[in-house]
Design a protein around this ligand. Structure first.
Ligand SMILES: *[C@@H]1O[C@H](CO)[C@@H](O)[C@H](O)[C@H]1NC(C)=O
Ligand SMILES: *[C@@H]1O[C@H](CO)[C@@H](O)[C@H](O)[C@H]1NC(C)=O
Ligand SMILES: *[C@@H]1O[C@H](CO)[C@@H](O)[C@H](O)[C@H]1NC(C)=O
Ligand SMILES: *[C@@H]1O[C@H](CO)[C@@H](O)[C@H](O)[C@H]1NC(C)=O
Length: 333
């Protein structure tokens, strides 16, 4: 080792000690000592290993877990743009089969019309050693009740909720902020104008519905009545990519169930766009009940065995992701 190199390391070590010590003093004097550990971790991470993100634990690690690497494919983008909207024949057929339409409109024409109404942007491809994007994926399970997770959820950069999920009246347990709300026409709910609407399309009509719901309000029925209009900021609408949808089903669920649930689709969305994923409100409550946190009746809304989703398998994969430290599960009560 050259003298120059050794001196450099010594300077580095000294600098590290000074920063650590002052951080410690600061946090010890001014409050929460756990902050000290958090900072020390981040500092040592960025000094000792060349992290792929600025969080303590990154979704993309260099020493990749083989199981994760086998399933994860970074080149499939979760969101649809004009450019990636041309689907392969195989993907188009699979997607059309999900909720078959008797008289489907022309897909490419609808897509063109869609991107005249909603933005056509490539988002979330900004991963870097400087980025630490923390995300909360908030499921709708009754196990959230009484957890007081609200402030923790609200502290994340992205907060992803789904379907009918309300926050009003449940703030203490589920938080107040929502950056992304994932839905499809039959599960749609009004949003405030700061929240991003992430539409999961199951058919061409769903794309026509979002166009209509943000403009003329002419589409009132799919296979059930749907809201003709929706309160949402049309500059903040994103479309879940059918190619990504199929990838989640094939690569992550290995074909279990008819198609993935909104919860599982939201989880994989987060895994692809976040550095750190925290999962709340997935699974049953402590009595084994599968209900929504806003429902009084514990036996209502048994969404586990609906016939289209394989809830057990999805939950197994979710637990495996937690075992591999790819996500952190907050299991609730
Ligand atoms: C990942 O996705 C890309 C784009 O869809 C595809 O071309 C490639 O074969 C996939 N890689 C693996 C390992 O499946
Ligand atoms: C859909 O419309 C495009 C452009 O108008 C046209 O080229 C294409 O042939 C149409 N596809 C079908 C299946 O009708
Ligand atoms: C969002 O809504 C608030 C009040 O509802 C309004 O003051 C604000 O201008 C809106 N912002 C945008 C970008 O539409
Ligand atoms: C889920 O995991 C459990 C325990 O490992 C296993 O017994 C069960 O068969 C798995 N279920 C599915 C659907 O993969």
């Amino acid at each position: 080792m050259s003298l120059h190199k050794r001196r450099k390391i010594r300077t580095f070590a000294l600098l590290f000690c000074i920063i650590t010590f002052t951080t410690f003093l600061f946090s010890y004097t001014f409050g929460d000592p756990s902050l000290y550990f958090k900072h020390a971790f981040r500092l040592s991470d960025s000094f000792l290993s060349k992290g792929l993100c600025a969080c303590h634990q990154c979704m993309m690690e260099q020493d990749e877990d083989p199981w994760f690497a086998e399933h994860f494919n970074q080149s499939v983008h979760p969101l649809m743009t004009r450019e990636n909207s041309v689907l392969s024949d195989e993907t188009f057929k699979w997607w059309q089969w999900l909720q078959s339409e008797s008289q489907p409109a022309n897909f490419s024409e609808v897509v063109e019309e869609l991107f005249q109404v909603v933005p056509d942007e490539v988002l979330y491809v900004d991963a870097s050693p400087e980025r630490c994007r923390t995300c909360a994926v908030v499921g709708n399970s009754g196990n959230l009740k009484g957890t007081h997770y609200g402030p923790l959820i609200d502290s994340m950069d992205f907060i992803i909720r789904m379907n009918q999920a309300p926050t009003s009246g449940f703030e203490e347990d589920v938080g107040t902020r929502t950056t992304h709300h994932v839905m499809y026409p039959e599960s749609a709910t009004d949003l405030d104008n700061t929240t991003i609407l992430v539409l999961i399309p199951f058919k061409i009509l769903d794309l026509q519905w979002i166009i209509s719901a943000l403009t003329t309000g002419t589409i009132k029925y799919t296979y059930v009545p749907v809201p003709p209009r929706i309160k949402a900021n049309r500059d903040k609408v994103l479309i879940y990519n059918p190619t990504f949808f199929k990838y989640v089903y094939e690569s992550w669920l290995e074909g279990h169930g008819r198609y993935p649930s909104t919860g599982f689709l939201s989880l994989l969305f987060a895994i692809h766009i976040c550095d750190e994923v925290n999962v709340f409100g997935f699974g049953a409550d402590r009595n084994g009940n599968w209900h929504h946190y806003w429902e009084k009746n514990h036996l209502a809304g048994a969404f586990r065995h609906t016939g289209v989703h394989d809830g057990d398998h999805e939950y197994n994969v979710t637990l495996l992701l937690a075992d591999k430290h790819k996500i952190q599960m907050f299991r609730g009560r």
